[in-house]
Design a protein around this ligand. Structure first.
Ligand code: ADA
Length: 715
């Protein structure tokens, strides 16, 4: 029978010739990947360790190594893996030739042309950042350990109590048989069958989201004659999810609006090297804000996280990092990451859809891109017949695009009110989309605005990085989402601030500040409470701008956020009660010199904050001098900082069309141009010159887009 031995402890880590002893999980970018340096180390490092020879057949199991790795034992190559977010294993039985063996893991997080993601708005922390195990004493006949890192047990439960099971067995021969047993949450045996693919549970207790996340366990035991040779277990749940373009989402036949947040798997100071404690803490905060769904962007996350979601009842959007920069060269890797994601996570009832791409048209659409997305979509359906596929499209992708008719359901990422003027752009866009695509079930897969702790203003405006603006931004979106009944859900970008080494804005380097909660999870921003007011039933009252404690003397306006129907605000002799929903506004609150005790009361909840009355507006509340106030999407290069190693509109048409990636993207019309005699004439002309020709009517947005596209392609 197989045994798991953790080998997380005592590795020798080597980076650029410097050695240290580390325990796993580990990353080498926990500081430089979060802004301690202008750029972070993307390259090769090695981890080494002595491992002993084991009894029986033995596998090495890695739960996550970013991004590419090659494993050697005693100098002999065992295998390699491409992709930084999934689990993988290698059989090492024959490599463990001595009582003590030298294990080397070479890890590489440099940009790799054939691996997703190559570029995106988050830090690609390098390292062995999840657990490593030895699986020993494996018998000849066993549930396959070579099936894409999965448990080799695939469970498809049906609402009528039928459970279809498929297991993959290695070393099969006459005399091998399987016993499947299903246990309820109390451990009572409720169904069993030998060698059969269909079991039946009478009156199945449904897995019903946050209300009742009921789980069963399926145990598969493998016998050789009458001897037990292997055993695997997996939890599962009975549930059904359905989407309708006009009515939204239905869980087990009941309408449910998916109130979602997105989550990246990193943490201040730790990078991506997390333990179960950080995963749990994140989920507790997500539960507190009142969400019922999570988009685990933009890649496969830790298995423990999906398991906790099963237990807590969150509905999860799981996805692969097919993101930002499409390239046909990465298609094989996209397919293998999707296969791993699905095979490794298929039994989690919390996962309701498979996401196959995010903003993949950043550089424009093309027939090759469409074919590749279709191929991913088909693979997801072949591997899992029970779940819908989804994708997240960028604003620039037109509603009528054929890409919006590939996946079963879908979402759009919009930043009206942040990168683009103005917040109410979203209202208009939703109407346009519905007209163009009346039959497509849609959600908002991303929307968000930055807020850096410490910036406040009485007149918060777009682009000032203040908590006040972020809170108003989300108030608008929440109202639109609630009143757009046909939207099946929405996902705030993002639940937590996260590491993005390429960013340097709002006075903060290396971070995307769109979280409702800070990177260290210590401070809930005002926008957190805005969501709690709209989503949660746990009663509370919160004075907006509670960290904006130095207020100008005079009559000031206060906003209080609460999910109670009535709020009273007191300050000295001022006392006023306002009835309403979510946000309660109090005008002319007198702030005098010195301390002012402001108390908000709603039902049994109360919050008091001392505000100090001061002359003038303290400079510390605004962005520091010199901090970039230029709000631009991360992939938009500043015109003054064009990277000469990448293509740009400054290059000639000849140079641009010489590039393989460009040729792949523009094969249609441009293909004809490349092979025509005209090419000789236009090749030496700068693209910029052509784009500026008056008679071809290319507006500035299109020019900017062309620049963005080219600046992601290395010369
Ligand atoms: C994109 C992208 C995200 C995110 C966002 C932002 O829409 O999908 O990864 O970082 O931009 O904050 O700009």
């Amino acid at each position: 029978m197989r045994k798991y031995i953790s080998i997380n402890e005592g590795w020798t880590f080597e980076k650029k010739g410097e050695k240290s002893t580390v325990n796993l999980p580990h990353t080498w970018n926990n500081l430089d990947g979060q802004g301690s340096e202008p750029t972070y180390y993307r390259g090769k490092c090695t981890y080494t360790k002595i491992i002993e020879r084991q009894k029986g057949k033995t596998w090495l199991e890695f739960k996550g190594v970013n991004a590419a790795c090659t494993v050697y034992i005693n100098g002999n190559k065992v295998g390699s893996h491409l992709g930084g977010y999934s689990a993988f294993r290698f059989e090492v039985t024959d490599f463990l030739s001595s009582p003590k063996n030298f294990l080397t893991v070479e890890v590489d997080n440099s940009p790799l042309r054939e691996v997703y993601p190559e570029t995106a708005d988050f830090t690609f922390y390098g390292g062995i950042y999840r657990d490593v195990n030895l699986i020993t004493e494996v018998e000849k006949q066993h549930f396959s350990l070579d099936d894409c890192g999965s448990s080799a047990l695939y469970i498809t439960p049906k609402m009528n109590g039928d459970v279809f099971v498929k297991s993959v067995i290695s070393g099969y021969e006459t005399g091998v048989r399987v016993l499947y047993e299903i246990f309820d949450a109390d451990g009572k045996l409720v169904a069993s069958a030998g060698n059969r693919v269909r079991l039946h549970v009478e009156n199945p207790h449904l897995w019903n989201g946050l209300e009742d996340p009921y789980l069963y366990t399926l145990r598969a035991t493998l016998f050789m004659e009458s001897r037990t040779v292997d055993r695997v277990e997996s939890r599962f749940g009975f549930r059904e999810i359905r989407f309708d373009a006009d009515k939204g989402c239905f869980l087990n036949g009941k309408h449910i609006k998916l109130k979602g947040v997105s989550r990246h798997q990193d943490r201040e100071g730790l990078g991506n090297a997390l333990t179960i404690n950080e995963h749990r803490e994140d989920l507790e905060l997500i539960r507190e804000v009142g969400a019922n769904s999570i988009r685990l962007a933009h890649y496969q996350q830790a298995e423990e996280f999906y398991s906790l979601c099963d237990e807590m009842g969150f509905l999860v959007w799981a996805e692969v990092p097919v993101i930002s920069r499409f390239s046909k060269k990465k298609q094989a890797n996209a397919l293998s990451q999707l296969e791993e994601l699905i095979k490794q996570n298929m039994n989690h009832p919390s996962i309701f859809c498979w996401g196959i791409e995010n903003e993949i048209t950043i550089q424009g659409a093309s027939p090759v891109l469409t074919d590749s997305i279709e191929e991913l979509n088909n693979l997801a359906h072949v591997l899992d017949v029970s779940r819908p596929t989804t994708c997240a499209q960028l604003t620039m992708c037109p509603p009528e695009s054929e890409l919006n008719n590939i996946t079963d359901i879908m979402g759009y990422n919009h930043y009206y009110g942040w990168y683009m003027k103005t917040v109410d752009g979203i209202d208009e866009w939703l109407k346009k989309f519905k007209e163009a695509q009346p039959k497509v079930p849609l959600c908002l897969s991303e929307y968000g605005a930055e807020a850096v702790i410490g910036y406040f203003s009485d007149n918060a405006v777009q682009g000032d990085y203040s908590e006040g603006y972020q809170s108003r931004f989300h108030e608008h979106y929440l109202n639109v989402i609630n009143s757009t009944e046909w939207l099946w859900g929405s996902y705030v970008w993002n639940m937590f601030d996260f590491g993005s080494s390429m960013r340097n804005e709002g006075g903060v380097r290396g971070r995307n500040n769109k979280g409702l909660v800070t990177f260290d999870r210590k401070i809930k921003k005002d926008a957190f409470y805005m969501y709690k007011a709209f989503w949660s039933e746990e009663k509370f009252v919160h004075i907006e701008g509670g960290r904006y404690t130095l207020r100008r003397i005079g009559k000031r306006t206060f906003r209080v956020i609460s999910n109670c129907p009535e709020v009273t605000l007191k300050c000295g002799r001022y006392k006023k009660t306002v009835a309403g929903e979510h946000v309660f506004t109090f005008e002319d609150v007198p702030i005098k010199e010195g301390n002012n005790k402001v108390t908000a009361v709603a039902g049994d909840c109360e919050e008091t904050i001392i505000f100090e009355g001061v002359e003038g507006y303290p400079a510390s509340y605004s962005l520091p001098d010199g901090a970039s106030t230029m709000v631009r999407n991360w992939f938009v290069p500043k015109s003054e900082s064009i990277n000469p190693e990448y293509l740009s509109t400054e290059d000639t048409i000849g140079e641009i069309l010489k590039n393989d990636d460009v040729r792949g993207m523009v094969s249609g019309v441009a293909g004809k141009l490349i092979s025509s005699p005209l090419m000789k004439l236009v090749a030496p002309i700068k693209l910029k010159t052509v784009l500026n020709l008056k008679f071809i009517h290319i507006n500035n947005d299109m020019k900017e887009l062309a620049q963005q596209f080219l600046q992601t392609i290395k010369k």
